[in-house]
Design a protein around this ligand. Structure first.
Ligand code: HEC
Length: 197
């Protein structure tokens, strides 16, 4: 509110209009400055003002939850994780869908092998550990005709594919492709015993 006694008329005039030198009240300005000070606190909320854990802690918590749901070791999977996928019926079922659509053309629907090697026997060109299968599936062997699926499939489809390929081991399909590569000791945890005939 203009205090008539203190109002100072500025000495310029535009089109005959003059103005007072009428600064904002000090208390008003201090509230304004205080809001500036509070902005970072509200914006980044490091301390968790009000309810909730605060942005930093909330971030840590959601990352921890994500990592728990997607276990990885240093950005890659361990054999144990991939073996666990092979025991998860949902993963295997999803993997079967992937295998039928993307892999069966070369490896045969039963994995017995055609253009691609037999995936049911004990012999592996690139190694029979689940992590070794994963590497071939993700990176492919382009020179030999195995596509790099890491670019095509989503991570959960790849996980399913690795799970399903493990379950093919020892299934003894009819007319399999001849063994290629080196014998890999059957992974007792992942591989079902060869079907009795
Ligand atoms: C276009 C044909 C083709 C398709 C489609 C294909 N593969 Fe292959 N795959 C191959 C060939 C050829 C090899 C052998 C590469 C070599 O000789 O090094 C191979 C190798 C592999 C191996 C390693 C076998 C070993 O003995 O080490 C795995 C595991 C595998 N493929 C899984 C898959 C999966 C899973 C899919 C589907 C997502 C798939 N492949 C789709 C052709 C194919």
């Amino acid at each position: 509110m203009a205090d008539k006694d203190n109002d100072k008329l500025l000495d310029h005039a535009y089109d005959g209009i003059q103005e007072f030198d009428n600064p904002l009240p000090t208390w008003w300005k201090w509230i304004f400055y205080a809001t500036i000070v509070f902005v970072p606190l509200y914006y980044w909320d490091p301390l968790g003002i009000g309810e909730g854990p605060g942005k930093e802690q909330a971030y840590e918590q959601s990352m921890a939850a994500f990592n728990a749901a997607h276990p990885k070791t240093g950005g890659t999977y361990s054999d144990d994780q991939l073996i666990a996928f092979a025991k998860d019926p949902a993963k295997v079922e999803a993997g079967k869908v992937v295998f039928t659509s993307y892999c069966a053309a070369c490896h045969r629907p039963d994995g017995g092998g055609m253009i691609g090697p037999n995936l049911t026997d004990d012999f592996w060109i690139h190694g029979g550990k689940p992590t070794e299968m994963l590497k071939v599936i993700v990176e492919g062997v382009l020179a030999k005709g195995m596509p790099n699926w890491g670019k095509v499939l989503k991570p959960d489809q790849i996980e399913g594919a690795v799970a399903y390929v493990q379950t093919l081991h020892g299934t003894n399909p009819a007319n399999p492709k001849a063994p290629e590569g080196a014998k890999y000791p059957p992974d007792s945890a992942a591989a079902p015993a060869p079907a009795a005939k």
